[in-house]
Design a protein. Structure first.
Length: 396
C-alpha cells in the first residue's frame, strides 16, 4: 500500500505549529512545504519540489505568485487569523480621532506639579473632542475585518453603512440586519463622518480612493486605511488634507508625503501584530498545509481553485495541469487503459491553472509509480501526486 510520507516543512523562525511525527520542521535543503510570515520569497530561492507555501497572514505580496502557479506550488494565506487584532486597532484609532487623547496627555506631562486636574481646568478646553454616538461611519469591504468593524461601530452607537460588491455568503451571514449595504461606493462616502477601508489590494482596487472619491466625501471627514497601501492615492489624500476636505487620515501604511503631513496619523503596519494573531496565523497556516499535504484539498489558496472532496477511497490521485481542453479526458483514458475504477472525481479551474482530484481503489506500489509517470507525460500536466487515505493509515 502507498504510504503517506513524512513531510519536510520549513517554518520561518518563530513559527512552531506542527506537533506530530508526520512532519519535520527544520532547515532542510529540499522542503515539501514552507510556512512563512514576512519572509521575502521573491529573493529566497525555492525549487519546484515545494508543493505549497502558507503565509501566516492575509497579504501575499512577499510571494512570487506567477512563479508558484507555473511550477504547481499552491500558495495559501490565512484570512481572518488577524481580523480581531486589526478591528481592535481600528476602533482605537477611531476613538483617538474623535478625542485628542494623546496631545492632551503630552500637554499634561509638560505641566508638572501634582494634581493636573486642577492646573489643567482651563487649558483642557483646548482638547475638547466629539462623541462617536450618532455619527455615521462608512465601511468599505465587509469581509473578515470589515464585518467586525461594522458590528463594533454599531455597538458604539454609530450609524453604519457598508459597501462590498464582492461580499461572500459567509460574510453576509455575519453581518447584522441593522447594517445597510450600499450599492455604490459614492453612497458610502457621502455624508459619512468616518470612512474606513478593509479590502484586499488588487490592480482593480489601486487608487480606489482618489481625487473624485475624496471630493464626494463630507467636509471634515476622517479616512482610515488599515487594509493595504495603494488603495488610497497618497497625493490625492494629502491634497484633501491641505484643503480641509479631510480632517485627518489614519493609516497603517505610509509614503514620505503621508508620513510627514501634519494631519496624518501613521502606525507602522501593526494592525495584525498581536501575540494572539500571530499564533492564530501560524496554526491556521499549519492546518491548511496539513490538509493539502495529506488529502490534496485546497482551501484559502490565492492562486489555485478551491477543491474540497471527502476522502472515502483507499487512494487519491491529484493532478495539477494547465486549464486547456480535454485534460480530464486524457487523464481518465489512462486510468481506463489500466482497468482502474474511479470512485469519485472533481475538477476545478482558476484562470490558466486547473486541478483534478480522483479517488480510486488501491494500486500496488509498482503499478502506481508507472501510472503516475504516464500521467506526467501528458502535455500540460504540471504535477502528479498519489495519496493514501490518512484515515485508513490511522486505523492500521
Amino acid at each position: 500500500m502507498f504510504n503517506i510520507k513524512t513531510y519536510n516543512v520549513i517554518a520561518q523562525e518563530g513559527i512552531d505549529a506542527f506537533p506530530d511525527d508526520h512532519y519535520r520542521v527544520n532547515n532542510g535543503q529540499d522542503p515539501d512545504a514552507l510556512l512563512i510570515r514576512s519572509q521575502n520569497m521573491h529573493e529566497t530561492p525555492f525549487g519546484e519540489q515545494v508543493l505549497a507555501i502558507a503565509r501566516a497572514g492575509a497579504g501575499v505580496n512577499n510571494i512570487p505568485l506567477e512563479k508558484c502557479t507555473k511550477q504547481g506550488t499552491v500558495v495559501f494565506n490565512t484570512p481572518g487569523s488577524n481580523a480581531n487584532a486589526v478591528k481592535e486597532l481600528l476602533i482605537a484609532m477611531l476613538i483617538l480621532s474623535a478625542r485628542p487623547v494623546i496631545p492632551a496627555i503630552s500637554w499634561a506631562k509638560r505641566l508638572g506639579g501634582g494634581d493636573v486636574s486642577v492646573s489643567t481646568e482651563k487649558g483642557k478646553n483646548h482638547f475638547a473632542g466629539t462623541e462617536l454616538l450618532g455619527k455615521k461611519i462608512g465601511v468599505i469591504g465587509l469581509g473578515n475585518v470589515g464585518s467586525r468593524v461594522a458590528r463594533a461601530a454599531l455597538n458604539l452607537g454609530m450609524n453604519v453603512v457598508g459597501y462590498d460588491p464582492y461580499i461572500s455568503v459567509e460574510s453576509a451571514w455575519r453581518l447584522s440586519n441593522s447594517i445597510p449595504r450600499a450599492k455604490q461606493l459614492r453612497d458610502v462616502l457621502q455624508d459619512a463622518d468616518y470612512v474606513t477601508i478593509h479590502i484586499p489590494y488588487t490592480e482593480k482596487n489601486r487608487d480606489l480612493i482618489g481625487d473624485q472619491e475624496l471630493a464626494e466625501m463630507k467636509d471634515g471627514a476622517v479616512l482610515f486605511n488599515y487594509s493595504r497601501h495603494g488603495i488610497v492615492n497618497d497625493d490625492a489624500v494629502c491634497a484633501a488634507l491641505d484643503s480641509g476636505k479631510l480632517r485627518e487620515y489614519a493609516t497603517d501604511f505610509s509614503s514620505p508625503q503621508v508620513l510627514q503631513h501634519e494631519h496624518t496619523v501613521v502606525t507602522p503596519h501593526i494592525g495584525g501584530t498581536t501575540k494572539q494573531a500571530e499564533v492564530n496565523g501560524a496554526k491556521q497556516g499549519a492546518q491548511t498545509l496539513r490538509r493539502f499535504l495529506e488529502t490534496g484539498e485546497i482551501i484559502n489558496s490565492v492562486n489555485f481553485p478551491t477543491v474540497e472532496m471527502g476522502f472515502s477511497a483507499p487512494l487519491r490521485l491529484t493532478v495539477i495541469h494547465q486549464n486547456v481542453p480535454n485534460m480530464v479526458g486524457q487523464i481518465t483514458a489512462i486510468l481506463a487503459q489500466n482497468n482502474l475504477n474511479i470512485t469519485n472525481m472533481i475538477n476545478r479551474s482558476r484562470n490558466e491553472i486547473a486541478y483534478t482530484v480522483i479517488d480510486m481503489d488501491a494500486v500496488p506500489d509498482t503499478e502506481l509509480v508507472k501510472l503516475q509517470e504516464k500521467l506526467r507525460q501528458i502535455k500540460a500536466v504540471i504535477r502528479v501526486r498519489a495519496l493514501a487515505n490518512p484515515k485508513e493509515e490511522d486505523d492500521d
